[in-house]
Design a protein around this ligand. Structure first.
Ligand SMILES: Cc1cc2nc3c(=O)[nH]c(=O)nc-3n(C[C@H](O)[C@H](O)[C@H](O)COP(=O)(O)OP(=O)(O)OC[C@H]3O[C@@H](n4cnc5c(N)ncnc54)[C@H](O)[C@@H]3O)c2cc1C
Length: 284
């Protein structure tokens, strides 16, 4: 947009000369929803006793689990940290499963400054992370705050009822995921003491409000989508070229017309591989 490629009105609002009016730039922003159901266990994890669950300090010394990993690449630090994970279907799932549930032996309930250090402080937590994939909302936007490239753009996800999911399927999917996490926890009553987040003392509306206020995402994508020549919202052609200008391609998570799969990274790697093939072939 700062280079003059984007929605005309948005560019003119900032006095940017329009080189190419492409309304799809910054539109169609997708994301997913995550929430965590965090439990307090009856006992601390024995395996974490006297461990910091942190990287080595400035002195290069790590905790016992790090020493174990350093010695022969064994122990908990040789894993991805998840106790178990599976995919499931919510009541609003389409063809593919739309829920991903992951059990973590830490106190994790979202990203904020210091979240990683805090997650490792308590050794008696079991987090059941719920990710709602295949979300309906495609109403997010990215717009400019100013013409200063050092300013962050305005990223407005338009979560839940602010977006295009008029039937509320995304919210229902998240609620189904929480119900599933609670069913799992109920079967672990011999080791779980209580649910600390979101906690049981809310009614249905209270839980909706909690999801509304606490769900987050980190798979922002689709704001520069590949599409057909007659699609006014398409920005790129199938070879990642910006339609209407020469010598400019976009290759990142913004190229997808719809947010792919359950996690996005491997799809980003795949479009990157595809783009390098295309660029090499066209420049031989
Ligand atoms: C906290 C978090 C957790 C995540 N967990 C997962 C996960 O478990 N699984 C999964 O599949 N996905 C996960 N994702 C999503 C995934 O990381 C992103 O979707 C993916 O990295 C997007 O790739 P990208 O190439 O579009 O952008 P990025 O990976 O963000 O790459 C953009 C690059 O451009 C660089 N850059 C920015 N501005 C400039 C500039 N002006 N000049 C030069 N370089 C610049 C940045 O430094 C960066 O290296 C997670 C994301 C976050 C934020």
């Amino acid at each position: 947009m700062l280079s003059g490629i984007g929605p005309r009105a948005e560019l003119e609002r900032h006095g940017i000369a329009v080189r190419l009016d492409r309304p799809g730039v910054g539109a169609n922003l997708h994301d997913r929803y995550e929430v965590c159901v965090v439990h307090r266990m009856i006992h601390d994890y024995a395996i974490f006793k006297d461990q910091t669950l942190n990287v080595p300090g400035r002195d290069g010394k790590g905790d016992g689990l790090f020493v174990e990993w350093d010695k022969d690449r064994g122990g908990p630090y040789s894993t991805n940290g998840s106790l178990a994970a599976f995919v499931a279907r919510s009541s609003v799932a389409g063809v593919d499963p739309d829920l991903y549930v992951m059990a973590l032996p830490i106190d994790f309930h979202g990203y904020y400054p210091g979240y990683a250090a805090e997650a490792a402080l308590k050794h008696d937590r079991l987090t059941l992370l719920v990710l709602k994939a295949h979300t309906q909302n495609r109403g997010g936007t990215i717009t400019l705050v100013s013409t200063d490239p050092r300013d962050r753009p305005l990223i407005d996800f338009r979560y839940f009822e602010e977006g295009t999911d008029v039937e509320g399927k995304d919210m229902q999917g998240v609620l189904d995921g929480i119900a599933l996490a609670r069913r799992i926890a109920a079967r672990l009553s011999s080791i779980i003491a209580d649910e600390v987040i979101p906690g049981r003392n809310t009614d249905e509306q209270g839980l909706r409000d909690w999801v509304h206020n606490n769900a987050w995402g980190h798979h922002a994508s689709c704001t520069c989508k590949i599409g057909a020549a007659d699609d006014s919202q398409a920005v790129l052609d199938g070879d990642f070229r910006v339609r209407g200008v020469h010598g400019l391609r976009v290759v990142d998570a913004s190229v997808f017309p719809r947010i792919p799969a359950i996690f996005v990274c491997s799809a980003v790697y795949m479009v990157s591989e595809r783009a390098s093939d295309v660029i090499i072939a066209q420049n031989r």
